[in-house]
Design a protein around this ligand. Sequence first.
Ligand code: C2O
Length: 345
Amino acid sequence: PPDSTVISPNLSTCHQSVGYTGHLVYCCPPKPESEEPFIDFQLPDPPSTLRVRRPVHLIDDEFIAKYNKAITIMKSLPYDDPRNFMRQANMHCIYCTGAYNQKYSNSLLNIHKSWLFFPWHRMMIYFHEKILGDLIGDETFALPFWNWDAPEGMVIPKMYMKEPFLDKERDRSHLPPQVADINYNFVESTLEADEQISRNLAFMYNQMVSGAKKTELFMGCPYKIGEAGACIGRGTIESAPHNTLHSWVGSSLNPKRENMGVFYSAARDPIFYGHHSNIDRLWEVWKELRGYKPEIVDPDWLDSYFFFHNEKSQLVRIKIRDVLNITNLGYSYQKVDLPWLNARP
Ligand code: C2O
């Protein structure tokens, strides 16, 4: 379809945005992206080095040392450099607080609460991962995933409790060994650990299977150009455990449970990337469970595009259709058990 019928950002509009009601934030890049040349995304040439994403609770010290080195370099880059850690966290802020207007409508662009959720976040962590790997010269570097849908993963993984993966802005009563309430609703769970775990597994079954039979229920509702704001029809997983774990991790001492608890600051916590790696994996698991039928064939979805900087600091235009096959993107997920699959409530 012509460019003008799909959702895309107008890069020259980046402006102050609403972090939460009554609180304005400014996340835009120091130099306007609209003045940079951009390239169109190209899939890596085969044979691509396969990056295998592993569960955080199963990685070894050697991997942690690599990741530590990469993220330390990333944090030390100047803010002018789009590969800088805070710049990337602010990409999330830009797209999640409506800092861009859409290119062919005056509506703000917002990638939550709709069918943009899964593909946009896949793109974000894809570039993040490639940058981390490039900073340490390791093409096989893969982000780990926080496997919170399995009992062993239902606590904040140890790795995130030490610098440079630590974030002080987290709820102190939710640090290990506290078992996560993956459907946290701002009320503290009083369940014993094993009860909480079975509750979580039954909830996962609902979000992945019984409550996600129709595509739209899982992927989120269509969000089309010219519509006033997002359609506000989150997919099951986006609502919970995605949103709920964001809130559960963030600090109860901050107005909106920053950092993880609110969009503008969420990606400042390194656990964000492990959280989204698991979200991205669950999209893949859902596809597998339904035999890899294409989830959505509407060109308005397939051709929607966004901009990110790659590991060479080039501005890249990338479409949703570019990211629907993770093998083509050069990564995979280590196969792990799906204990919730037999946890029908
Ligand atoms: Cu854009 Cu986990 O949120």
